[in-house]
Design a protein around this ligand. Structure first.
Ligand SMILES: [Zn+2]
Ligand SMILES: [Zn+2]
Length: 246
């Protein structure tokens, strides 16, 4: 209750801890972990193997995936605030950082999102991926277009492995109309890419030729590489760049 009241009175509080200055206070900023090379060139996970692609790269229907942050610490708290507390200013805090890591090769015609099912949408009251897509759109001037519908509402997939997730998601989305050639697909977190892959398949069926997946955070299996456990928000980082006025 106090949280809801504070949201109304002081909407722009730190997206990580909920009390410091927006978008991330100094303490939370120091704990954010920005993804950076060496990484898998295609999906952006920490990877320093001989091949440019990691062994668990997302499905082939996705051309490229990027996220500003590891799904950890304040970035995880921020996603949960948006998703479960419906704290919408978080979308703007994360959306600016997402645009800052937008790959130059994306050149999108439209921004769209991984939609919730109708039932989940009516339970939750709003679609967090749509809120992020709209924030990305506002920070980039590329329009948001609803391109997908979720036809299957599956139970949470946290315990399923990659192949099982992909099989379970097959056919879970369908296009709502023709799709432009180059699309940015927005979601809150990318884990195996099974959900985003099913969306990308539906977008391609409707005419997409290039699908870039942009998420607020990227979940990677523990343990984190040592270079990421130091963290830290430095001047010119994705947060600093992503939230500057433009
Ligand atoms: Zn904070
Ligand atoms: Zn990869």
């Amino acid at each position: 209750m106090l949280g809801r009241l504070l949201d109304v009175l002081f909407p722009n509080r730190c997206a990580g801890c909920g009390s410091g200055p927006w978008p991330f206070c100094a303490g939370c900023g120091a704990q954010l972990i920005a993804l950076s090379p060496p990484w898998c060139e295609r999906c952006g996970v920490p990877w320093s193997g001989a091949r440019p692609r990691c062994p668990e790269c997302p499905p082939a229907e996705i051309d490229l995936t990027r996220a500003p942050f590891l799904f950890h610490g304040p970035a995880r708290h921020a996603v949960h605030r948006l998703k479960f507390a419906g704290w919408r200013p978080v979308a703007a805090a994360l959306g600016g950082a997402m645009v800052a890591v937008w790959p130059p090769s994306a050149e999108p015609d439209a921004v769209t999102w991984v939609p919730l099912s109708r039932r989940r949408l009516s339970e939750r009251g709003f679609d967090q991926a749509r809120a992020l897509a709209e924030a990305v759109s506002a920070a980039s001037s590329v329009g948001t277009v609803p391109l997908l519908e979720r036809t299957l509402d599956l139970p949470p997939q946290a315990r399923r492995r990659g192949e099982e997730r992909r099989a379970a998601m097959a056919g879970a989305f369908r296009p709502v109309g023709p799709c432009p050639a180059r699309v940015i697909l927005v979601d809150d977190v990318l884990t195996t890419g099974a959900t985003a892959g099913a969306c990308a398949r539906a977008l391609r069926e409707a005419g997409a030729r290039h699908v870039t997946v942009l998420t607020a955070a990227r979940a990677v299996p523990a343990p984190l590489p040592a270079r990421y456990t130091r963290g830290g928000l430095t001047p010119g980082s994705v947060v600093a760049r992503g939230t500057s006025s433009r």
